[in-house]
Ligand binder design. Structure first.
Ligand code: SF4
Ligand code: SF4
Length: 94
């Protein structure tokens, strides 16, 4: 990650200049090329391993949650390093 550049302390005290200088074009391009894979499962198996109710299964490299066994505890969400699992509350018709 590119370190943020700032104007020197003595200039901050004597002017209203913007403190954060910003990035040069080459730095912007390098930052934009960084890995942005949050939300994309990388197959780490954490959800499979930590689900206390064995509600997660893996088949052909994909994961499925069996809602007959899932109690909605959210442990898989907490253990997922990629933020790839989300909990939605559904209203059950009466
Ligand atoms: S919410 Fe809880 S029970 Fe459901 S799949 Fe995740 S860890 Fe398992
Ligand atoms: S914990 Fe997240 S990243 Fe790991 S296998 Fe499960 S969904 Fe994929």
């Amino acid at each position: 990650m590119t370190e943020r550049k700032r104007i020197p302390d003595d200039r901050r005290r004597t002017s209203f200049a913007e403190v954060n200088i910003g990035l040069a074009e080459a730095e912007v391009l390098r930052e934009a090329a960084r890995c942005l894979s949050c939300g994309v499962c990388d197959g780490c198996d954490n959800c499979l391993t930590f689900c206390p109710d064995h509600a997660v299964t893996k088949r052909n490299g994909s994961y499925e949650i069996n809602y007959d066994y899932c109690k909605g505890c959210g442990i898989c969400i907490h253990e997922c390093p990629r933020d790839a699992i989300h909990l939605r509350i559904r209203q059950v018709p009466r």
